[in-house]
Every structure is written in C-alpha cells, then in structure tokens.
Write a protein that binds this ligand. Structure first.
Ligand SMILES: Cc1ncc(COP(=O)(O)O)c(C=O)c1O
Length: 381
C-alpha cells in the first residue's frame, strides 16, 4: 500500500524555488534542474520541526551518532566497512567537487566523460585547470565508457578523473566490469578518482550500485567518494552532503582546501534532515523508487512511440531522462520546448549538442501534461 502521496501537486510558487522561479509568471512546466516536486519524508519534516522548537540555532557539527548512521548505511547498502573518521561533511557536493579541483597543482589536468553534470565542466574552467573530455560510447544500445578514447586523452599531467556513478544525465548504473576497466587505467597512471555517487540510492533497474572505492584496497586509497541524501529524499535545499576519503594524507589535503571554501560547521537543519533521512525513511525511498520506475517507463514509452524524431534510453537510475533531439528540425530545442510550455535543460551545459534533459521527478499528471505539450509542439512542425 502506498503511504506517500506522490500524485499530490504542491504549488511551489513563492518559495524561492530555483526550479520554479526560472519560469515565473509563465505557463511552463519546469523540468530542468535535478530537484523533485515531492514533499520531503515526514520523519525529516518532524525532525526539523523538533530541532526548531529547541530555539537555538548555533554553529553545528555532525554528531558521533550521525557518523555512525552513515557507517551503518554504507555497511547495510554496500557491505562497505568505513571508519567514521573517513567522513568529511560538506555544505554541498558542488563544493565537494570544487575542492577536488583545488587539490591540483598548477598545470595539472583533469579528465571526465561527456555529457557531464555541468559542474564537472565548470569547476575546472573557473580554476583555470585543463580538462580533457571524452564522449561516452554507445554499445549494445547503452551508454558506456570509451576505454580507448579515455586512454588516448590522458596525458602525463592528468591527475584526477571525475566519474559520475550512477550517471547524470544518461542514467547508467555501471557494472563491476565497466568500473574495473575504467579505473584500472587510473590506478596504472596514478590518477585520483573522484566518484560522485549522489544518485546511488535511486536505482530504477535490477542493477546494484557499486561504490567505486569498494573495488579493491587500491581503489579505496585512491578514491574520493561523494554522497548525500539530497537526491534520494529530495532535500537539495538543505545543502548537506559528505565525502568519504579513506587515505589519511589525501583526507588531510582535502580538508585543508575545504576550509578555504567553507566554514568548518554545517547547516544545523541540514544535519538534522540528513540524520532522519538516513535512519527513518526507508519506506519513503521504497515507494519513491516504485513511483519513479513507472514515471521512467511512461516517459520512455511516450517519447519513443508518440513523439516523432525524439529518442531516449530507459534510465537505470536517477529521475532524469536524456532525450536525443538530433533529428528534430529546430535550432534550439530548449527554447522550442519552452515555447511549447515545457522547461527542459538543453545539453550545451553538459558539453554535447543535440539532447535535452527532462526531470520526471514530479506527479504523474504533470508529467503526462508535459509529454502531451511536447508531442503537440513536435507534431505541429
Ligand atoms: C552528479 C551530481 N552531483 C552533485 C549534485 C549537486 O549536489 P549538491 O546539491 O549537494 O551540491 C547533483 C545535482 O543534481 C548531481 O547530479
């Protein structure tokens, strides 16, 4: 029985929502940035309310209890035995990515795949760091790493590989063989791996998420893992996440750089939200994943069978659909669909042309209306 009503349409206007305010006073269904139109789990709301009733909102730090919750979660979900000392709390994973970039010395270089989550591209750019990008390949109808192209793009100065697993925007959950193949090269070439696993609990297929750091002892020592409850429990505005770094010297360097970007305290309500999300919200997660699976399937079927010229692959994870619009005879697909009343994210910021990203983390009625609007617009071309 469903206890959480994901069908409920909640008016997000006048809440300072990045997602909704982009289209203020325009009849555009906003489906761009990765935040969902669902209320956070009740235990999270209750925990925040209780914390507020205390009254004092002083500088806050993670408690041992919270660290233990993370330790247990890693053990339960992935059989990953982490030490609480390995956890570095962050005010957001974007900050966590920026800190990774700042670990580099002058003239060091980074590498990542495209399409890429835009901060993977922006962070090196603003730090004046050379970034090599390699396009994902499509093999047997699914996106995967292009191992040869990756090898060829590495130079003697390449020091960091930023990986997204599960992969925003294409929705892949990489299997052990794929992860082994790509990270083996990093270990051979002494390249640090930053594995952004923020989407790891929203698995919509029968795949299992494998944290990159768990592949071997060498992976553990050579990987910075980024995680957060923000996507799974729809808490992006709570701005709280974490890095897991086993190697003490690497962790020390990371923490020192972090101090330049962020104070040593974390948002008081974010910590409370994280604790409740990670310890009391499994039912919410289970129901959400079922709802998202259905939304993914609806989007996939509709886009591939009802809208001419558009194609997409079924996402294995995330609430994001990566839609191929290369056969659509329009110059700017993002603008075209905005004019049709649907706010999608164009692929330029992801480092490739010819795609749009649709966020299906919304009530089904809203999703269906958006898909109909897209169909009408394409049919009328
Ligand atoms: C891969 C990835 N990393 C990081 C983030 C953002 O994390 P945060 O909100 O904690 O900065 C997102 C949000 O969409 C994401 O998709």
């Amino acid at each position: 029985m469903m206890n959480v009503n994901f069908d409920k349409i909640i008016d997000r206007r006048n809440t300072g929502s990045l997602k909704v305010d982009k289209y203020k006073d325009r009849d555009i269904i906003s489906m761009w940035v990765a935040d969902m139109d669902f209320a956070a789990p009740t235990p999270v709301i209750d925990a925040i309310r209780d914390r507020l009733e205390h009254g004092i909102l002083g500088y806050s730090v993670p408690t041992d209890e919270l660290n233990d919750i993370v330790v247990k979660r890693m053990a339960n979900l992935y059989g990953w035995d982490i030490d609480p000392d390995w956890i570095v709390w962050l005010p957001s994973l974007v900050v966590g990515i920026n800190v990774v970039t700042h670990l580099l010395a002058r003239d060091d270089e980074m590498i990542t795949f495209v399409p890429a989550y835009p901060p993977f591209l922006i962070s090196p750019h603003i730090a004046d760091t050379k970034l090599h990008t390699v396009e994902l390949a499509v093999k047997d109808g699914r996106y995967t790493f292009d191992i040869e192209a990756f090898k060829n793009a590495i130079t003697d100065r390449t020091r960091i590989f930023i990986l997204c697993n599960p992969y925003n925007p294409v929705g892949r959950v990489f299997d052990e063989k794929e992860l082994e193949a790509i990270t083996k090269i990093c270990l051979e070439r002494d390249i640090l791996i930053c594995s952004d696993e923020i989407h790891c609990e929203l698995i919509l297929s029968d795949k299992t998420h494998i944290p990159t750091a768990t592949l071997s002892q060498r992976h553990l020592e050579n990987t910075i893992t980024l995680m957060s409850p923000a996507k799974t429990f729809n808490l992006p505005g709570m701005n709280t996440g974490l890095a897991i770094i086993a190697d003490p010297e690497l962790r020390k360097q990371y923490t020192r750089k972090l101090f330049i970007c962020a104070p040593p305290c974390i948002n008081a309500l974010g910590l409370v939200a994280c604790k409740a999300a990670y310890s009391q919200c499994e039912q919410y997660k289970g129901e959400l994943v079922e709802y998202l699976k259905e939304n993914a399937k609806i989007t996939y079927d509709f886009v591939n069978t009802q809208i001419p010229h558009l194609k997409m692959k079924l996402p294995e994870a995330t609430y994001l659909a990566w839609i191929d619009v290369r056969d659509l005879a329009v110059d700017d697909a993002e603008k075209f669909f905005e004019d049709a009343g649907v706010g999608l994210q164009g692929s330029k910021g992801f480092g490739v042309p010819g795609f749009v990203r649709l966020n299906f983390g919304c009530p089904r009625k809203v999703l269906l209306e958006a898909l109909q609007r897209m169909k009408r617009a394409v049919d009328s071309l």
